[in-house]
Ligand binder design. Structure first.
Ligand code: 2U9
Length: 358
């Protein structure tokens, strides 16, 4: 009986001393396993006389139960401690600020587009858009390009495959067909701005096969070149955010305008830095003219009653000038570093009162 008490005490302290589940399992096997010390004593019961066996057996069972119970409790305690340690180790600090999400930016083309639209909308222009794929009539014939005239090649046109009726559609080479559609669909007075993608089979340092144009058209009964000049002066000063920009008109040629002109604005290029509105240098920014009588006739208008002006500019070109972007092709490369550098915040919506640029 005394040995039994000693064994109980030993096993109990071994259970208490087990510092992890594996050590505890070793204690369990050494006590209660097939070859364990308690099991061995149970086997010894067989050689005892009945009285002794009863008393010893009862005590054995108590010791066995006590040790099993102690092992269970110790296991529960070890598991709880392990869980506490893990919770401590993997603690999440919910008070930390969230990682900033990478925000996108507005492409300089979109930004410039919105700026130009804001300026002309303020001057009372409606915005019109049309299809990128055009027929010959809207892209050329109505715009006074004679049939088989080299002027059609002048634009390096992308032609689509011939249709069953023998006609060939084109990727529009300018946004002028949009204004043709406007004139065919509504009576003057017309004040419309046609922004959009245009296509020419041309690719080098200063040309990409797709680029953006903005064309304006004003038709009324007494519209003249003075209105054209005032309108463009207003635009240039609003767009570049400079007052009293010098401006000159150089004679030029377009099939759809007569007379035609190219417009230069005053600038300086001192120290490699372009400054608009100062200095004695000139910079070409757009083309314009009075709408050719043949164009008016093609749209069912009598040139004796109606006349007007038109202008056109390349969006990429004016974006490069304002934002100091040196290479046209980078607009279309989708280089994230370029976009982060030249892009605009999504909330910097250009307005005339809030400022157009950054
Ligand atoms: C209609 C009548 C006339 C639009 C015009 C220009 C002059 C012009 C170029 C500038 C640079 C195109 O992007 S660019 O290569 N455009 O110089 N565009 S007048 O004249 C029209 C348009 C529509 C019905």
């Amino acid at each position: 009986m005394e040995d039994l008490e000693t064994l109980r005490a030993e096993l109990m302290s071994a259970v208490e001393a087990a510092s992890d589940p594996a050590a505890l399992e070793e204690v369990r096997v050494s006590a209660l396993g097939k070859k364990g010390r308690v099991t061995a004593l149970m086997k010894a019961l067989g050689g005892m006389d009945p009285e002794q066996r009863k008393a010893f057996g009862q005590e054995m069972n108590r010791v066995k139960a006590a040790v099993a119970e102690a092992i269970d409790q110790r296991r529960a305690a070890l598991e709880a401690a392990a869980l506490d340690a893990r919770l401590e180790r993997e603690r999440i600090d919910v008070t930390l600020p969230v990682r900033p999400e990478s925000t996108g930016s507005i492409h300089p083309i979109s930004q410039t587009w919105d700026e130009v639209v804001a300026i002309f909308a303020q001057m009372g222009f409606a915005i019109a858009e049309g299809p990128d794929i055009e027929d010959d009539f809207h892209n050329f014939t109505a715009l006074n390009f004679p049939p088989d005239h080299p002027a059609r090649e002048m634009h390096d046109t992308f032609f689509l495959p011939e249709r069953a009726d023998g006609t060939r559609h084109v990727l529009r080479t300018h946004t002028s067909p949009v204004q043709i559609r406007t004139l065919l669909g509504q009576k003057p007075p017309v004040r419309v701005l046609a922004p959009g993608r245009t296509y020419r089979s041309d690719s080098d340092m200063t040309h990409t096969p797709m680029f953006h144009q903005f064309e304006g058209l004003v038709i009324d009964q007494s519209t003249h070149m003075g209105h054209l000049k005032g309108c463009l002066q207003e635009f240039v000063e609003a767009y570049f955010e400079v007052d009293n920009v010098p401006m000159r008109f150089r004679p030029s040629f377009f099939p759809f305008t007569e007379p035609s002109a190219e417009v230069d604005i005053g600038c300086s290029r001192k120290g490699g830095e372009l400054r608009i509105g100062a200095g004695d240098d000139w910079l070409e920014i757009l083309g314009c003219g009075m709408v050719h009588p043949n164009v008016l006739r093609a749209c069912g208008l009598d040139p004796a009653e109606y006349q007007g002006f038109a202008f056109g500019m390349g969006l990429e070109r004016i974006a490069m000038l304002k934002y100091g972007i040196p290479d046209l092709r980078t607009f279309f490369e989708s280089d994230l570093r370029w976009l982060r550098h030249y892009g605009f915040g999504a909330l910097d919506v250009p307005t005339l009162h809030g400022g157009l640029g950054r």
